[in-house]
Design a protein around this ligand. Structure first.
Ligand SMILES: [Zn+2]
Length: 499
């Protein structure tokens, strides 16, 4: 059962197309533009299914050449995401070359190896010339990346990876470590990076450690050490039990520390996005880009983060960064046009970001930022809890009977909704999962919200009163000073045909 069948046509662009292009692009641009001296962009393995971009940031000032790679193993997205963020950094000395998505098909499939490639060539980070072996790389993406490395002969290489477990507690994984070939200089740098991240970790079983026996033979970092005398590092976070935003933050802290040690960077480690740099790097006009901060920290749950990511991350015009409580506390939100709070628990998210974080989100919206709340994010936007953000003049009316259950319900777009999402008439099937059932809160400090869609049917389990949900708004839009807010009670992002 999907909306496309129900309506006789696809309304696939409902969330991705309409919300982003119509709603978000009308927001004023946010984020300090940190434009480095010169950007250029190239493609590796062009015209093949392995094609992936690389970015060169040239400071115009003499200095080291640093190569940063991510996504060698497709199930290790943090390195790839961090590398995408580093593209926005202000490089003040030397040249930084960033290849964020070396194994693009693997990243798409969330698999370690290269999809469709036979063993042993399927592990991209074993495709580079081995110690003492002929100077030949294998596989299409391996050869292309090695050709770039040979041209660059980088003094420093940082290959960003993730392990499945913390090395400090489980020697079977290299997660949360810095891997390098021991020398006084490499040990000093590794210590700087490890100390930097460890100062943010309280749990002793999650701290980063040294692995100084050298990066793996036939890996990129090792090949660069062998052939060019590079200082080569593999930086590892741990993907189990840690949200993506936290792992990306650890990579960012390490790379920033290294570049800062080399006197190459300014602006701080928490530049995640920048309109001008992104526009230059993506060759897209700056005013066509939408910079999105997706909250993925404590209180999120289910597939919310994953579903939103699937919709938005592949879009070239969307710069998507996951953010967690620490990032919000670091003040990253003003770098973005819009923040999305997905499903989970509204009070859980509020607790995780804390009072200060809640004030940061409110401030971001008041000053012109966009807010999209989905389900839990809708509860969070409401005005009737002591932990909610009060971004829309709406209150929930379910009291203690908020647990109405999960299933398909029907919604219908209002005239205002059709003006935003397109002229889709008639009921649409959409997934519902204990979303907020709201009515006007009647606050003076906020303008009335506009319903964009209403519930035509309901879900009322667990002793919830029947008849309460039908006719109430399923999607509402409101203004909060200069900012715009959309609160979505059901889960269109999880609904086949509505995505
Ligand atoms: Zn890896």
């Amino acid at each position: 059962m999907s909306a496309s069948i129900h309506c006789g046509f696809s309304i696939r662009p409902l969330l991705s197309g309409a919300l982003l292009v119509v709603f978000l692009l009308s927001l004023p641009g946010a984020g300090a533009a940190l434009l480095a001296r010169e950007y250029s962009r190239g493609a590796l393995a062009e015209g093949t299914r392995w094609e992936n971009p690389y970015y060169v940031i040239d400071s115009g000032v003499d200095g080291p050449v640093v190569l940063i790679t991510g996504g060698m193993h497709g199930n290790e997205p943090a390195g790839s995401r961090a590398a995408e963020q580093i593209v926005h950094w202000d490089i003040v000395r030397g040249r930084v070359v960033i290849v964020p998505r070396t194994n693009t098909p693997g990243l798409k499939a969330n698999t370690r190896f290269m999809p469709g490639v036979d063993k042993p060539a399927n592990n991209l980070n074993r495709n580079f010339p081995g110690t003492g072996a002929p100077d030949i790389a294998r596989s299409v993406p391996g050869k292309a990346l090695w050709e770039l490395a040979r041209k660059l002969r980088p003094q420093w290489v940082f290959d960003l990876h993730e392990g499945f477990d913390f090395h400090i507690a489980n020697k079977g994984s290299v997660g949360s470590s810095v891997i390098y070939l021991d020398s006084p200089e490499t040990r000093k740098v590794a210590t700087l990076l490890i100390d930097e991240v460890n100062s943010t970790i309280t749990d002793p079983k999650r701290k980063l450690v040294h692995i100084s026996g050298g990066p793996v033979n036939t890996g990129l970092a090792r090949a660069c050490i062998d052939r060019f005398g590079s200082k080569g590092f593999i930086l590892e976070t741990t993907f189990n039990r840690q949200p993506l935003s936290l792992r990306v933050r650890q990579h960012r802290l390490m790379v920033y520390k290294a570049l800062s040690h080399l006197g190459m960077v300014a602006g701080g480690p928490h530049v995640l996005a920048g309109r001008k740099a992104a526009a230059a790097a993506r060759a897209i006009p700056a005013d066509e880009l939408v910079l999105v901060a997706l909250y993925d920290g404590g209180g999120t749950g289910g597939d919310g983060v994953r579903n939103v990511t699937r919709q938005l991350h592949p879009l070239d015009k969307v710069v998507l960064c996951n953010v967690g409580p620490a990032d919000i506390a670091s003040g990253v939100l003003p770098q973005f046009d819009v923040t999305i709070f997905p499903g989970g628990s509204g009070s859980g998210i509020a607790r995780a970001i804390g009072k200060e974080g809640r004030e940061r989100v409110r401030g971001f919206v008041r000053e012109g930022g966009g807010y999209i709340g989905i389900c839990a994010g809708g509860y969070l936007a409401a005005s009737n809890y002591d932990w909610s953000l009060g971004l829309v003049d709406a209150k929930t009316i379910t009291g203690k009977h908020w647990l109405r259950g999960k299933g398909k319900v029907k919604i219908e777009l209002t005239k205002e909704g059709r003006a935003i999402f397109g002229d889709f008439r008639g009921p649409l099937d959409v997934s519902f999962s204990n979303g907020p059932i709201v009515s006007p809160a009647g606050l003076d400090r906020l303008p009335d919200f506009k319903p964009l869609a209403v519930y035509k049917t309901e879900h009322a389990e667990n002793g919830s009163p029947k008849g309460l949900q039908v006719g109430t708004p399923a999607i509402i839009a409101g203004r909060c000073e200069s900012g715009r807010v959309i609160s979505i009670s059901p889960h269109p992002e999880a609904t086949e045909g509505l995505r």
